[in-house]
Design a protein around this ligand. Structure first.
Ligand code: ASP
Length: 455
């Protein structure tokens, strides 16, 4: 028996792919996190001074450190990766006509995907009406969080007014130091375009960034050795704060958002791949599954970016396309977030008995597109920018705070799911553009046992 268990562990450790390690880590994290939650809040609650309780909390503390450390080391390489990917990508495309063509396609495909997302969100919310009759529940579920929410809403007020201006960096180095992705990308794009126009003199800088890109990819490979413990820890800590029983209490709202995500992932994206390209759906999803699992575990598109690039390039999508389309997607294309924001806002208006005119629904959808793309690719960003969509719908300030607090209480689990959707759509758009532009190696994509060494 003992031998069997040992054999099993060795098999798990060596024999199966990293995707499975991460998948098992997520499942184990959910089970463990839920166990801790149940001990604290469930039927058979244990005393808070019992040894088991204390030990479990110490363990959670350690897991929190492991999870945060994992998240931080991936985030650590995102800025050098984004800068180098854009410089190398744009200068390798070279001719400005092709850059324009890539850019146009990117805007169109990201636009289509997001418009479909908000339309699905609005349709589901209007037909299923998750908000009817839940006002009391929202009021009670939210009371403990209202102070936190007041602070978040207050911090948003000034920022929303300066939305567009804040995309332009006054000092790129300051934006780099602060990790402000949109201004960094704005500068990197202009700088790279200029580099592509100055001829051979650009070689030292481009070579420098080629080396930076290769090194960040190597670091990504090293970091991923710790993916399983990192993702296990992040998932366990997250689930220990809400427990699986949350699914029964928030059923209708959550169900609508969940159905919307499933629709995007398994109907809209496959259709996009089929209609606009000849990329085989199954092989494509197999290629990016690791990135999707990491997106779920970290709830951050930015932190997942190194892996999204690695998965796509390894399986045949050209460096030119990946390095241009994916960093922009991880920052600006948030269709999962837009879908969530649309459902959430319509849900709250239903809960407070506000009837929306068709034009207001369209306004919500448009604002959700804007708000989602200004959300940073980090945990919780989409919940904060929802304040932009909530404005002007006739909710009183108290209702706004309470409604917001309700969304806060179920945020983490929804965030994990919408980030997975966000990352999948970035990769789908990259694949479609690569197909359209003959920038995809189908031998690699169709042969699941083979992959390209990026460095
Ligand atoms: N966490 C999401 C992401 O990184 C953004 C959001 O909060 O919706 O893609």
């Amino acid at each position: 028996m003992k031998l069997h268990v040992q054999t099993l562990f060795v098999a798990i450790g060596l024999g199966i792919k990293r995707n499975w390690h991460i998948f098992l880590a997520i499942i184990a994290g959910i089970i463990f996190g839920n166990y801790v939650f149940e001990l604290e809040h469930g039927m058979s609650q244990i005393q808070s001074d019992s040894i088991l309780y204390i030990r479990l909390h110490q363990l959670l503390g350690v897991l929190d450190i492991i999870g945060q450390a994992f998240l931080k080391v991936i985030q650590m390489i995102v800025i050098p990766l984004v800068c180098s990917a854009i410089v190398v990508g744009i200068s390798s495309i070279g001719d400005s006509k092709q850059i324009g063509k890539f850019g146009k396609k990117m805007v169109i495909y990201y636009g289509i995907i997001t418009i479909i997302a908000v339309s699905i969100g609005a349709l589901l919310a209007i037909t299923i009406k998750p908000g009817l009759g839940v006002q009391n529940y929202i009021d009670t579920a939210s009371t403990s969080l209202q102070n936190q929410v007041n602070a978040v809403l207050a911090s948003q007020k000034g920022q929303l007014g300066n939305l567009f201006l804040s995309m332009i960096p006054q000092n790129p180095l300051e934006s780099l130091a602060k990790g402000e992705m949109i201004p960094i990308i704005f500068f990197a794009l202009i700088f790279s375009l200029a580099l592509s126009k100055v001829g051979e003199i650009n070689r030292p800088i481009v070579s420098f960034f080629e080396s930076v890109f290769a090194a960040t990819m190597k670091v990504t490979d090293w970091i991923m050795i710790f993916a399983a413990p990192g993702i296990f820890s992040l998932t366990a800590v997250a689930v220990s704060s809400f427990g699986l029983s949350i699914f029964s209490t928030i059923s209708k709202f959550f169900a609508v958002v969940f159905i919307g995500f499933i629709f995007q992932l398994f109907i809209v994206y496959p259709l996009m791949l089929k209609i606009f390209s000849k990329v085989p759906v199954g092989n494509f999803y197999t290629a990016i599954i690791e990135a999707l699992l990491v997106a779920f575990g970290t709830a951050s598109s930015s932190a997942t970016l190194p892996l999204t690039i690695a998965c796509c390039e390894k399986r045949g999508i050209s460096h030119k396309v990946c390095s241009f389309v994916l960093p922009l997607g991880a920052t600006l294309n948030m269709d999962g977030t837009a879908l969530f924001q649309t459902v959430a806002v319509i849900f709250l208006t239903q809960a407070y008995g506000i009837t929306l005119a068709p034009v207001q629904i369209i306004q919500i959808m448009l604002l959700a597109i804007i708000a989602s793309s200004t959300s940073a690719g980090i945990p919780g960003a989409g919940l904060i920018t929802i304040a932009l969509v909530l404005n002007g719908l006739g909710l009183t300030p108290e209702q706004l705070v309470v409604g917001f607090a309700f969304l806060f209480s179920i945020e983490r689990v929804v965030d994990m799911l919408r980030t997975t959707v966000n990352v999948a759509s970035d990769a789908v758009v990259a694949a479609v553009i690569a197909d359209n532009e003959n920038e995809i190696n189908y031998d690699l994509l169709n042969n699941t046992d083979d992959y390209k060494e990026i460095i």
